[in-house]
Design a protein around this ligand. Structure first.
Ligand SMILES: *Cc1c(COP(=O)(O)O)cnc(C)c1O
Length: 394
């Protein structure tokens, strides 16, 4: 089905990437399990191979199931074409690999998702690519860090754990003047609440594992590209050997259909919890750019249309034991990595000794909360009991 050019986001989320009447009227696209794809003639095979990523030639490069998800995400985000990969980390690695070679230099935000930093400091360094970390609030000042060998600026908004908002349009304008590409990790805002291509970003990476899959049951990544960057990244992904199983693609597609409804609820509950937490005597600061007095609020308001359910809480100075007493007894908040599912989560953030370009000024211990789809009153009551244990152990 072709959607109107001016279709709104919730309509795109509901209809993009599927065509029931091409599929017996069945609402969801079929799940093709495929490795070998056969051709009736040598000519047909050669023609498909010539079209490479624009035809189905081999299971590793995708099937119509894969295209359904890629089409829907690209349409929602405003990309030219998207590429499904096996995880968010695969999206980040695949996107970077398209643009760098030995001797190159890249700039990465100092509050980046920690495994991304690890990839830069370990794999990229071993292959002769140098990384410089920059202050997330650098803005146009990033130009001072450019070298002749600089190929890529990596941004993330807001940054993992500290939730500072970078000025991406200012960074992108400076980068483009110097012929440097801009890559953004848009996992937090999702393709619904942030449209990075409008901010000047050239390639977007997503951990679809989080909100797009949305049910804590599949690992998935998406790289969304402009027409100019697509083949560069598509070739890198093919050469890295990435391939996503069709059942995981299907879970991504199924999750995507309810993204709008879920995110609005995650946002509302996160705001309710953030406001309640801010007023608590045990809390020093809440790190959530949707709060009007957050230092990143103006940029968030300018560049995003919503906030999702993940935020940080800086506690008043206390012992590690007090944090453990609070968290260990929580009934509704799971403790574990990842987020974006329907359930609430909490974990201690470890901000010490990660940054190299800047220091993180907050001195209290910090926890990260994912506001799930439970009733906010129950989530607050659970935290209230947690604070009682915190005080008893402080
Ligand atoms: C989780 C996450 C990733 C990695 O995604 P995986 O699917 O777990 O590999 C990348 N970036 C951000 C911001 C994340 O939160």
């Amino acid at each position: 089905m072709t959607l109107r050019n001016n279709a709104k986001d919730d309509t795109i989320i509901t209809h993009a990437g599927r065509d029931p009447h091409a599929n017996y009227g069945i609402i969801n696209p079929p799940v093709y399990h495929a490795s070998t794809i056969v051709f009736p003639t040598v000519q047909a095979m050669e023609e498909a191979q010539k079209r490479r990523f624009f035809a189905y030639t081999y299971g590793r490069h995708g099937t119509p199931t894969t295209s359904a998800l890629e089409e829907a995400v690209a349409r929602l985000e405003g990309g030219w074409r998207a590429i499904a990969v096996p995880s968010g980390m695969a999206a980040i690695v695949g996107a970077i690999m398209g643009f760098v070679k030995a001797g190159d230099h890249i700039l990465v935000t100092d509050n980046v998702y920690a495994p991304t930093r690890k990839h830069c400091d370990d794999v990229l360094r071993r292959f002769g690519v140098e990384t410089t970390y920059y202050d997330p609030r650098i803005g146009a000042g990033i130009a001072q860090l450019f070298r002749p060998a600089t190929k890529l600026v990596f941004t993330e908004a807001p940054g993992s754990h500290t939730f500072e908002m970078p000025d991406i349009p200012a960074i992108a304008a400076a980068a483009h003047k110097a012929g440097i590409k801009v890559l953004m990790d848009n996992t937090w805002a999702t393709p619904l609440f942030c449209k990075p291509f409008g901010l000047g970003v050239d390639v977007v990476a997503h951990a679809a594992t989080k909100y797009i899959v949305g049910h804590s049951d599949a690992m998935l990544g998406i790289i969304d590209c402009t027409e100019e960057t697509y083949l560069t990244v598509r070739n890198a992904v093919a050469q890295l050997g990435y391939s996503v199983g069709p059942d995981d693609i299907y879970l991504g597609l199924r999750g995507l259909r309810t993204l709008g409804a879920r995110l609005r609820r995650h946002q509302e509950t996160a705001m309710t919890l953030a406001r309640w937490l801010k007023a608590r005597p045990e809390v020093e600061r809440v790190l959530y750019p949707a709060l009007p007095d957050d230092p990143g609020h103006a940029i968030w308001k300018r560049d995003m249309t919503g906030a999702t359910g993940l935020f940080g809480v800086v506690l008043k100075p206390c012992s590690k034991k007090a944090v453990a007493a609070m968290l260990d007894g929580l009934e509704l908040y799971g403790m574990g990595a990842s987020w974006g599912g329907y359930e609430s989560l909490i974990l201690p953030s470890h901000l010490e000794g990660i940054r190299t370009a800047t220091t993180w000024p907050a001195h209290g211990r910090t926890v990260r909360i994912h506001a799930g789809l439970e009733d906010p009153d129950d989530l607050i009551a659970d935290l209230e009991c947690g604070f009682e244990r915190w005080r008893a152990a402080a």
